[in-house]
Design a protein around this ligand. Structure first.
Ligand code: 5AD
Ligand code: SF4
Length: 374
């Protein structure tokens, strides 16, 4: 029996697919090189932008041929896109050959759904769930081991679907994280450990007693062994001086921060509900550069947020020019149903979003050429 997993979206999903792989292997499946001739296919989906969802729809549609050839093929859809009940139901309707559609919170029960597949098609989407601390992972990312430290997000940036599909912030216990990392170190297969969370800087605020992210980093660095730690993603409003100091002082922490700015204009930042200003963002960058001189800094930007004017976009452009990031991701704003921004007036025309994103990416290329940064 063989399986194939198709993963869309962020590192969080890549890591969750490692959990899916472990679940399937425990059921007796082994990993196939390609999706033809397998017994089960899992699509781990992403909902962050419309483009990601369109890709999933197209590729799931293509599975019809495979199912025709092998009627026993089990097709599973999970991840952020199917956590949205409307989308999940639509997928079940559109694709009569799909067997199991589940949300993000009930993924740990995947083995049960597969065992019940003989009884008919299944759709189950839980609205909340505890962070899973039990199931193992089949690590597939070379010498990098991902470690999930928290799930969910409380920030409700007005453009973002994540809080709706991943729920509120929930941190894993520090003890469980440290035990997992000790295990990773003892396997001696991984040089790098990357801590994952939607907003790692608010790690531990929900624990009793609370543990700060800086404390977690310090405790991990006390573990013996030859390894490097990095983490993502940081929110500028929560990146404390203490965390910057820990990165500066600990040899085991990679000198790298991914710090999404999203925009360089204060009116847009406010509309996005980001809770910092351009000036505040720039002061954090200054602080990082002062305390960690060789720190690589990368960022995310959204262009064409509703009502963004040309001048306001130019503020983003000038911020990118000023900071000279090591690299940036630039995205065209994509309205996500159910979010506050999707209901705002003055949506920016697609053609204009394209122009702005290209202009920003060209600037990025020029900066990389000039500075030799990569
Ligand atoms: N449209 C475009 N980009 C988005 N991002 C999040 N939501 C949207 C959206 N609705 C971007 C942000 C975030 C990155 C992971 O994806 O820049 O940092
Ligand atoms: Fe989305 Fe904002 Fe949370 Fe990041 S911090 S996951 S952009 S709501």
């Amino acid at each position: 029996m063989k399986y194939f997993i198709v993963t869309y979206g962020c590192q969080m999903n890549v890591h969750e697919s490692e959990k899916i792989a472990a679940i399937l292997e425990k059921l007796g499946y082994s990993c196939a090189e390609k999706r033809e001739d397998v017994d089960i296919i899992v699509f781990n989906t992403c909902a962050i932008r419309e483009g990601a969802e369109d890709r999933v729809f197209g590729n799931v549609g293509n599975l019809k041929k495979l199912k025709k050839k092998n009627k026993d093929l089990i097709i599973v859809l999970c991840g952020c896109m199917t956590q949205k009940e409307e989308t999940a139901k639509k997928m079940l309707r559109t694709f009569p050959f799909v067997d199991i559609v589940i949300g993000t919170f009930n993924l740990p029960k995947l083995a049960d759904y597969i065992k019940q597949v003989k009884d008919g098609r299944q759709l189950e989407i839980w609205q909340e769930g505890d962070i899973d601390e039990v199931l193992p992972y089949k690590r597939t990312s070379g010498d990098n081991a991902w470690v999930n430290i928290m799930q969910g997000c409380n920030n409700f940036c007005t453009y973002c679907i994540v809080p709706y599909v991943r729920g509120r912030e929930k941190s894993r216990s520090e003890e469980n994280i440290l035990n997992e990392i000790k295990q990773i170190i003892s396997e001696k297969k991984y040089n790098k450990i990357t801590l994952l969370g939607q907003n790692v800087n608010s790690y531990g605020k929900d624990l009793n007693p609370p543990v700060s992210f800086a404390q977690l980093l310090k405790d991990i660095c006390k573990l013996e062994g030859d390894f490097k730690i990095s983490f993502m993603t940081s929110h500028p409003k929560d990146l404390t001086d203490e965390v910057i100091d820990v990165i500066a002082n600990e040899d085991k922490i990679e000198k790298y921060i991914h710090l999404p700015a999203q925009s360089g204009n204060n009116r847009i930042l406010n509309l996005m509900n980001r809770k910092y200003t351009r000036e505040k963002y720039l002061s954090i960058i200054d602080k990082i550069r002062e305390k960690i001189p060789n720190c690589r800094i990368t960022s995310d930007f959204i262009v064409g947020f509703p009502s963004e004017t040309e001048e306001e976009f130019e503020d983003t452009y000038s911020l990118v020019k000023q900071v000279q990031f090591d690299s940036i991701f630039a995205f065209m704003y994509s309205p996500r149903e159910g979010t506050v921004a999707s209901k705002m007036n003055d949506q920016v025309p697609e053609i204009e979003k394209h122009r702005r994103v290209n202009k920003l990416l060209n600037l990025e290329k020029d900066i990389q050429k000039e500075t030799g940064k990569k």
